[in-house]
Design a binder for this molecule. Structure first.
Ligand code: C2E
Ligand code: MG
Ligand code: MG
Ligand code: MG
Length: 287
């Protein structure tokens, strides 16, 4: 027995940990092949305006379909990609695919709908975000106004000076920027005024708890007020019920995204939704 080892030392060699390590290594090996093997897909989730009910944008979310393992959610493979350096080729595939899709929609005369892409923290340490994104816009011919980048708070806090310069460069080109999962990153709020972002995204944990937990409702209201006072737009994610919509609308939230309106869908389904003029039924979310 490892008498002096303590719990951590002991845990390090537990068969369970070993199994998890092996699974990670295994996933990494398979993930390396995924982009070229055509196993990655993007799904698109509509963003809806709470006043007009109209679809005003979408977020591209990556999916990995492995022939044997089935569907692997991003929460499981993005961390593996970040630790192994595979995040660069995967992000490249995601951004190129999203830009080409948005370009195709724009060419097909679809109303101008920006596509939002998630940016991972590890990626930012490894490359120049502005150069990469602007390069991809040039390569795909997409108008910069039709691309939005979603970054998390913690990521922005890492190298403030460099991030301010990066954001300025992207904003000058016309790219939209939003802060994802806002409220979970304990960021220095004073930085917010220096970052030229367009939108704050209220994290879904606050939205989902706000009806029964007064503290979460307080945070939701505070983020909406903060955003508006800084002349930013605010969107709530993870909106699942009419009750969520009602409360968010009552507090003046600008936009919503969530299962209540639509789950993430294929590019074809999203396009059909927009063409059919599908919108949020405001009657259903009347106070
Ligand atoms: P996120 O950017 O905060 O995306 C929101 C997540 O909430 C998505 O999960 C979405 O499918 C889910 N969601 C949307 N509406 C609802 C709802 O009403 N209820 C609930 N319970 N969930 C809802 P998903 O697609 O599994 O993505 C999880 C996270 O993985 C994302 O969080 C993002 O951080 C990351 N991710 C996804 N795609 C990419 C990508 O292409 N690149 C990078 N770097 N990260 C990605
Ligand atoms: Mg996001
Ligand atoms: Mg989020
Ligand atoms: Mg999230």
């Amino acid at each position: 027995r490892a008498k002096h080892g303590g719990r951590n030392t002991y845990a390090k060699f537990s068969p369970e940990m070993d199994e998890r390590m092996q699974e990670r290594v295994h996933l990494e090996t398979l993930l390396r092949l995924a982009p070229a093997a055509g196993q990655l897909r993007l799904v698109y989730q509509p963003k809806v305006n709470l006043c007009s009910g109209e679809i005003i944008g979408c977020e591209a979310l990556v999916r990995w379909h492995h022939p044997q393992l089935g569907l692997i959610p991003p929460g499981k493979f993005i961390p593996v990609a970040e630790e192994s350096g595979l995040i660069l080729p995967i992000s490249d595939w995601v951004l190129r695919t999203a830009c080409m899709q948005a370009r195709a929609w724009s060419d097909a005369g679809l109303p101008r709908i920006p596509v939002a892409v998630n940016i991972s923290a590890a990626q930012l340490l490894q490359q120049d975000l502005a150069q990469w994104a602007l390069g991809m816009l040039a390569e795909t011919g997409l108008a910069p106004e039709l691309l939005e980048l979603e970054l998390t708070e913690s990521l922005i806090a890492q190298d403030v000076e460099r991030m301010i310069a990066t954001f300025d460069q992207l904003k000058a080109a016309g790219v939209k920027l939003s802060i994802d999962d806002f409220g979970t990153g304990y960021s220095n709020l004073s930085h917010l005024k220096n970052f030229r972002v367009d939108t704050l995204k209220i994290d879904q944990s606050f939205v989902q708890n706000m009806l029964d937990k007064p503290d979460d409702a307080t945070i939701v209201r505070a983020v909406i007020t903060l955003a508006h006072n800084l002349r930013l737009k605010v969107i709530a994610e993870g909106v699942e019920t009419a009750e969520h919509c009602r409360m968010l609308r009552a507090h003046g939230c600008d936009e919503i995204q969530g299962y209540y309106f639509s789950k993430p869908v294929s590019a074809q389904e999203f396009e059909a939704m927009v063409r059919q003029g599908r919108r949020l039924r405001l009657d259903d979310i009347e106070p």
